[in-house]
Design a protein. Structure first.
Lengths: 114, 112
């Protein structure tokens, strides 16, 4: 596809369940970011992948959150034992740039934890 | 933690007026960018200014950067109802690699 693709677009889960969110970046983009956005708020940085370098995980809020990027392309964000405060829109972005320039965003996954 | 903070948080203007949004940040940066988010989810990149630049223009957009004050402003001239959206500044800074961090955003409402 031409843009960043995220799936599912909406996810409703019960407290305590695990969820996996998927991001398919633009082909050839070496940088991939995950952000979280609560209603009416800004974007909270979660994790950043750049090529084959070790990811920057400094934004992950707890050890229940993890992410991987396989083959330098598709990324999966996993949230274990979901809590109600995890409810938010999870946004993925990719970029050609090694200097944090011009991110292309997907449409996000709306996660609702009941 | 957030790197940038925008003000105002919300701005309401009439069509045809100019809109100015400000962004302040904390650490030395490689570049600063402005993004737009319509109601819905995806953000769209508008304009980028590098740390060694002071002003950039793109159509009706004008961005300034003052690295001594760690601040930037986005000016939208001759606003239109279609400019109604949230606007975010984002700063890219080195932490080994480069990480892009967003502020809390300014919600702009342009009345027709």
């Amino acid at each position: 596809g031409a843009g960043v693709s995220q799936s599912p677009s909406n996810k409703v889960t019960e407290k305590g369940k695990d969820v996996e969110l998927r991001c398919d970046p633009i082909s050839g983009h070496t940088a991939l970011y995950w952000y979280r956005q609560s209603l009416g708020q800004g974007l909270e940085f979660l994790i950043y992948f750049q090529g084959n370098s070790a990811p920057d995980k400094s934004g992950l809020p707890s050890d229940r959150f993890s992410a991987e990027r396989t083959g330098g392309s598709v990324s999966t964000l996993t949230i274990q034992r979901t809590q109600q405060e995890d409810s938010a829109v999870y946004l993925c972005a990719s970029s050609l740039s090694r200097q944090g320039e011009k991110l292309f965003f997907g449409s996000g996954t709306q996660l609702s934890v009941l | 933690s957030q790197q940038g903070e925008e003000d105002p948080q919300a701005l309401s203007i009439q069509e045809g007026e100019n809109a100015t949004m400000n962004c302040s940040y904390k650490t030395s940066i490689n570049n600063l960018q402005w993004y737009r988010q319509n109601s819905g989810r995806g953000l769209v990149h508008l304009i980028l200014i590098r740390s060694n630049e002071r002003e950039k223009h793109s159509g009706r957009l004008r961005v300034t950067l003052d690295t001594s004050k760690k601040s930037s402003s986005l000016l939208i001239t001759a606003s239109r109802a279609a400019d109604t959206a949230s606007y975010f500044c984002a700063t890219a800074y080195s932490t080994g690699g480069f990480k892009t961090i967003f502020g809390a955003g300014t919600r702009l409402f342009v009345k027709a």
